[in-house]
Design a protein. Structure first.
Lengths: 321, 273
């Protein structure tokens, strides 16, 4: 419910609720002077707005971050990004991670939500435990998994025990597997988050519709598709948006477990930006990559925001009619 | 109301098994942290002779006490600043019907879209020029600006749904804008202040990237950064590392289990990317 409420408030942003009423009042509201925004605006301008504008500017220079000299080089850094195999590979890895994590995390989150949103007695305690990884410091979670994934670690031990010793792997050390292993970490951390958002959406499914579908003899799959899924549309959009954006920007888990290795097998845009700026002194180039990442994230956010509005309109129309 | 059938029981058992599977990493973490380094039993075997030696060693060798203090200081100051400046800003943004208010609101909301990597690097050089690198102050300033859009978003959304009658009554009674804000609006915002505090505390406490840039090697590092260098130093001493991890995770998990209802609700209502 909460998520749905939130997005509804979000839509009422442009015409604030009180506007129609206040406009018709005999006596206009005198309070709420504009200078109340100054402290927040000052912090925001100093930390976000101004440096972002500067950042876009630096992307067109060859500045190394230290020397007082910097030269305007036009779009050369961007051209370089598209010719740089390392950058293209990092982009590929980021997309692979984003797609893999988004699909698996939301699928598991949805199944967990459907399982928890039933008559089972352990539903409350399960919800608490399944959500717990979300609040754990990502760096700490990454270290735990780094251990679990070591060749002599718990995962291989478990496989051995259940008779699947042949599946033992060097999870983080094998270039073909490392990216997959990292996505397991992220899914473990955030499946509970997806679950909670789906659960909020499931609150909106009327109990009567479920019972009606039971009376009509609909099986679990038909019931999910025709009765539950339409109500979940806003939750699905929010979940997809959150996981795509977060996994495109993924840094902590990669930096801690592999640092982008073995070789460059798990280099993502975020780790590459970090390396260029803080290890290779390629300030201009690093920030050009950051601008490209911004554009990717921006495009996805706008597309998904529009998708969110559309799916809300659809579900609203359904309830209106 | 549907009944508890044998199929519900099967589902119950499946879900409990899944829940246990999810907890394996945390079980291994705590279990290993209690084993002496000489105890070479496999990680899943429950500890037979538990020792707290790892905890004592990790505590003294990683300098966790100082890191926990630094993290707590940065988190508390930043969250207090965020609550005050965001609630203040949300008041005119939610109530004023003037054009500048709508524009200002959208300018703040742009901040939700911009990835921090973009501003991070220029801000890093500004902080360096101001001599703030290595000082917790740099992080307090960073979070106060970086997390303001999200906090304002939550506050303004909440305030719009509240009637303005009390504020109007206060104004009629001769209460100035500052008095109206502190006596009427801010108390009215209390439920959403809970959400703002929770989400910001977790965000700040758990952040790794920013303190890694601004504080690493300064002697003022926060918990995740200290952990990062500690593990780098003792990479194969997993029992020691795990004790360190438990020490740093424990405060968060404790708060989480005490306030899980509020925290989960806060996450479900707060869009956070």
């Amino acid at each position: 419910m909460a998520t749905v409420t939130l997005s509804r408030e979000d839509r009422s942003v442009s015409p604030p609720n009180g506007r129609a009423r206040t406009a018709g009042r005999r006596r206009p509201l005198r309070a709420a002077p504009f200078y109340f925004i100054i402290p927040a605006a000052a912090f925001y301008a100093f930390v976000v707005l101004w440096p972002s504008i500067q950042g876009v500017g630096f992307a067109f220079t060859d500045w190394n971050g230290l020397s007082p000299e910097k030269h305007f080089v036009g779009i050369q850094q961007f051209v370089k990004a598209f010719q740089d195999d390392a950058a293209l590979a990092a982009l590929g890895h980021s997309i692979e991670l984003a797609v893999g994590i988004t699909v698996v995390q939301n699928l598991i989150g949805l199944l967990l939500a459907l399982g928890v949103n039933t008559r089972i007695k352990s539903r409350n305690i399960l919800r608490v435990f399944l959500f717990a990884p979300v609040v754990i410091t990502p760096v700490a979670a990454a270290f735990i998994w780094q251990y679990l994934f070591t060749p002599t670690g718990t995962i291989n031990e478990l496989l051995q025990r259940i008779g699947l010793g042949g599946l033992q792997q060097n999870w983080l050390g094998d270039p073909r597997l490392a990216l997959f292993s990292i996505s397991i970490i992220v899914v473990w951390e955030y499946a509970g988050y997806s679950m909670v958002i789906f659960l909020a959406g499931l609150q909106g499914v009327p109990e009567e519709s479920i019972e009606a579908s039971l009376v009509d003899g609909a099986g679990p799959f038909r019931r999910f598709w025709y009765v539950i899924r339409p109500e979940l549309a806003p939750a699905i959009t929010i979940n997809l948006m959150l996981s795509v954006i977060a996994s495109l920007k993924l840094f902590d888990q990669v930096q801690v477990t592999t640092g982008g290795g073995p070789g460059h097998a798990t280099e993502t845009l975020s780790t590459l930006i970090y390396k260029n700026v803080f290890q290779f002194n390629q300030f201009g180039y690093g920030i050009a990559l950051a601008v490209l990442l911004t554009i990717c994230v921006g495009i996805i956010s706008v597309l998904q925001y529009r998708g969110l509005n559309r799916s809300e309109r659809v579900s609203k129309r359904r309830t209106d009619s | 109301m549907r009944k508890y059938t044998y199929r519900t029981l099967v589902l119950e058992l499946v879900m409990i098994a899944v829940g246990l599977l999810f907890m394996i990493p945390l079980y291994v973490l705590v279990n290993q942290s209690l084993k002496a380094p000489s105890d070479l039993t496999d990680p899943l075997a429950i500890v037979t002779r538990p020792t707290l030696q790892n905890y004592a060693d990790a505590w003294s060798q990683a300098g966790l006490a100082h890191a926990l203090l630094t993290s707590a200081l940065i988190t508390v100051v930043s969250v207090v600043v965020l609550v005050v400046i965001s609630a203040m800003a949300a008041y005119p943004l939610a109530r004023s019907t003037k054009r500048w208010s709508t524009v200002a609101f959208y300018v703040f909301m742009i901040g939700l879209l911009l990835p921090f990597q973009l501003a991070l690097i220029p801000l890093y050089s500004t902080m360096r020029d101001l001599g703030l690198l290595g000082s917790p102050l740099s992080l307090m300033i960073f979070y106060s600006g970086h997390l303001a859009p999200f906090s304002i978003f939550l506050y303004a959304g909440f305030l719009r749904a509240q009637p303005a009658e009390y504020e109007e009554a206060a104004a009629v009674d001769g209460c100035g804008p500052v008095g109206t804000f502190w006596r009427i609006v801010f108390p009215l915002l209390r439920p959403v202040t809970g959400t703002v505090v929770i989400l910001n505390v977790l965000n700040i406490w758990n952040d790794f990237f920013t303190p890694l840039l601004y504080l690493s090697g300064s002697g003022n590092a926060t918990v995740p950064v200290v952990l990062y260098s500690f593990v780098g130093e003792f990479v194969s001493h997993w029992n020691l590392v795990f004790a360190g991890l438990v020490i740093t995770i424990a405060p968060i998990l404790l708060v989480y289990f005490l306030m899980q209802r509020t925290i989960i609700k806060g996450f479900a209502s707060g869009l956070k990317g």
